[in-house]
Design a protein around this ligand. Structure first.
Ligand code: NDP
Length: 281
């Protein structure tokens, strides 16, 4: 079995440490989530990324509770769903997340989307500041925020988000956004780190993978790690879950890193946050 000792941590702006590599559970059916999470924990993952929107917080909580691993050794992120941006609704939604996970506290709670056409995300953030004061969440952050969204939070609120979780992979390298986050002590998290598989047959990545004798997924995930971003690839395939964890016994050269970064096409696989105002029914 792998150990967690090889996974570096990133220190968030309030001192909380987050493992740089985790396991994402988006699109894992609720009925399968407990088993998938248990597999990841057995392999050595100690960071799970879920969301109320995924409908599978319960399975994550069960797997963590039944793992036999001390609660404080596992980092769990969840997210405020889009229908609950109004401050009172946000507080109630956080309470439900706490109860559904049933882990005593949440390590990181993110505003899932800014939803600029729906309400005022600044007021939602103030509600999240109250959650943070309540002590049941160790850090609060945002997801899918652009610079102009973050500028408003920095100007109009008190707590600087600990993290910004955004789509990043070799076809969407987000260098400006990452630089902005770094300048403001906000950790960048990369969602869809392998673009849901779309970057895995890229000729440049295949060539590098042959040379370092790794899979293309491992090369892309290692690229993220060496850039310093936090990643949590999703897989329901145990061999892939294991392979995605084996990133710490090889290195990419500076030339490899530059070649992969140069693949950028500013190509999103998901929605543009400025135009995404979806409320799940
Ligand atoms: P990923 O980039 O992690 O890709 C997942 C897909 O790649 C699955 O189809 C999986 O297949 C396949 N895959 C995984 N590992 C390998 C491998 N080693 N070789 C070949 N194929 C592989 O996409 P996600 O969108 O799931 O992103 C990861 C996580 O990011 C999510 O689970 C979620 O936690 C978070 N996220 C956050 C968002 C946000 O708005 N904040 C939006 C989207 C994601 P299979 O499962 O069949 O093995």
């Amino acid at each position: 079995m792998s150990t967690t000792s090889s996974v570096p941590t990133v220190t968030l702006n309030n001192g909380v440490e987050i493992p740089q590599l985790g396991f994402g559970v988006f699109q894992i059916p609720p009925a399968d989530t407990k088993a998938a999470t248990a597999t990841a924990l057995e392999i050595g993952y100690r960071h799970i990324d879920t969301a109320e929107m995924y409908g599978n917080e319960e399975g994550v909580g069960q797997a963590v509770r039944e793992s036999g691993i001390p609660r404080e050794e596992i980092f769990v992120t969840s997210k405020l769903n889009n229908g609950f941006h109004e401050p009172e609704a946000a507080a109630a939604a956080f309470q439900r997340t706490l109860e559904t996970l049933d882990l005593g506290y949440v390590d990181l709670f993110l505003m899932h989307w800014p939803l600029p056409g729906v309400g005022d995300f600044v007021e939602t953030w103030k509600a999240m500041e109250h959650m943070y004061e309540g002590g049941k969440v160790r850090a609060i952050g945002v997801s899918n925020f652009k610079q102009h969204h973050l500028n408003r939070l920095l100007a109009e609120t008190t707590v600087v988000p600990a993290a910004n979780q955004i789509e990043i992979h070799p076809y969407l390298t987000q260098d400006d956004m990452r630089e902005y986050d770094r300048e403001h002590s906000i950790a960048t998290e990369a969602w869809s780190p392998i673009a849901q598989g779309k970057v895995l047959d890229d000729a440049v990545i295949e060539r590098i993978a042959r040379r370092v004798d790794r899979s293309t997924a491992q090369v892309v995930l290692r690229w993220h790690i060496q850039r310093g971003d936090i990643v949590f690839p999703k897989s329901v395939t145990p061999e892939r879950v294991r392979a995605n964890f084996e990133l710490f016994d090889f290195e990419l050269s500076d030339a490899d890193m530059s070649e992969i970064t140069a693949l950028n096409r500013d190509e999103r696989t998901g929605p543009d946050p400025d135009h995404f105002n979806y409320i799940p029914s």
